[in-house]
Design a protein around this ligand. Sequence first.
Ligand SMILES: C[S@@+](CC[C@H](N)C(=O)[O-])C[C@H]1O[C@@H](n2cnc3c(N)ncnc32)[C@H](O)[C@@H]1O
Length: 264
Amino acid sequence: MDQRAGAEHYAEIAAAYDGHWVYGAEYVPWMSARIAEALDLSATDRIADIGGGTGLFAREVARIVRPERPILCVDPSEAMLRQIPAPDRSGSPLSESLTPVLASAEDIADARTVLPYPELDAVWLKESVHHVTDPGATLRGLAQRLAPQGRLLVVMLPATIQYPLFRAALDRFEELQPDPADIEAHLERAGLRTRLFHVEHELRIDRAKYLAMVRGRYMSLLSTFDDREIEEGIEEIRATHPEPVLVFPDRFAFVLGVREGGTR
Ligand SMILES: C[S@@+](CC[C@H](N)C(=O)[O-])C[C@H]1O[C@@H](n2cnc3c(N)ncnc32)[C@H](O)[C@@H]1O
């Protein structure tokens, strides 16, 4: 998907984005805990979530880590960032724990956008790396923003998925999705010590709810299909998945890179 189409897609779905995850109350805490664990986060880390969208996962990571300085939630979509709750007046430290930054991964990589922290101890990109036009150059630039012993984590879907989507959507996913092994190679070339592993979570979703998510184009991939194709796809899902609750594995590749030097 080109960058403009991507921006339009997120402008349209921003308000409903967090609701898409309501189906699995445990999913967001589970994923956020995996991110905090993989990055070995501590309260003193200077942290950024690149392509952080509505801050859904950054908020939960903040709940786990209780960072001393706000997590930077970086995203080029104003509509997505607007969903981050404004700091309240309750004095709750969590309400202050995210700082939205309107910028793309490329802006941070090229230092076109100056961040409040001169270096970052931990950075993650969750399901946003496929939006980056030149992942090699951008990941190299992001690696350069890391402090010694800084960690960069790319969370992405694997090259193939077992979602109960229609055939044409699964095929298009495989055409468009970057390969985690290539992302690992980019991080290695950027001078990081790397590791690629997978985490998996079982999803159970009412079929009616899932079909509504498909109609709402909950994955950016689905915005490459027009209304008629989506409705035909929904009919195909109905036929191939008559069961009232859809059960399928949600598997993610975690590509971790650590910058050498210094001590923690
Ligand atoms: C699938 S959403 C994921 C949001 C969030 N990371 C999450 O997991 O809920 C992809 C996000 O990437 C953002 N995005 C699009 N192009 C980007 C770019 N060039 N750099 C960084 N983020 C980008 C979109 O605006 C959107 O918020």
